[in-house]
Design a protein around this ligand. Sequence first.
Ligand code: APR
Length: 217
Amino acid sequence: MEKRITEMHINQAKLSIIQGDITKQATDAIVNAANPSLMGGGGVDGAIHHAGGSAILEECEQIIAWQGRLPTGKAVITTGGNLKARFVIHTVGPIWRGSNVISAWGGSSAKFVIHAPDPIWHEGNKREPELLASAYRESLKLAVENNLTSISFPSISTGAYGYPVDEAAKVAIITVASFIKVVGTSIKEVVFVLFDSATFESYSSVLGKIAGKSKQA
Ligand code: APR
């Protein structure tokens, strides 16, 4: 049976996973899975704006007025407002478009619809893995530029944006682990705060596999 792993150490930094609500985290920054408008939304975005108060939205409005909508894979930083975290780093993950399943057939004269997954479904066929990795990397870069030592991430893109959790967990953990491998960044702690148990299990399984591989190496 696979051993459950909830943390690993890479150079001077600790990477861990917990199940919980990211708005309660006391790391220097928490990351928001936002959309390009930066005007809030549902899911973790709604929870962060609700808990952090209007100061966050005001800074988001200034950023949008200054630079326009935030492209997918990029990140910006604002105050944490009323949150325990001093900063919120807002990033935009990709919307999952990898699946080719045809679900609507109203109006068609066909008797049957074949629901066939695209053969490259697991890769994502619209640069999703690359854009998801970029969302994590750009957030970490901003943390380093601001000399922050700790940061919490939610599972970006796996809610409203529909990215399959097992695939997203691999991208998330590998990207963060590669980033903190670089000696000399200010980051000492990265926490993945996962809201539901299925997401937590998925990240735990990926962490276990990576920890196993690094022991063998
Ligand atoms: N703490 C941690 N994780 C949370 C919280 C919370 N308080 N609330 C929700 N989540 C989890 C979800 O359960 C999911 O696992 O965050 C993950 C990401 O889900 P979404 O918030 O839906 O983010 P995403 O899939 O990236 O979609 C972004 O959702 O509301 C909008 O404005 C947002 O349009 C953007 C889209």
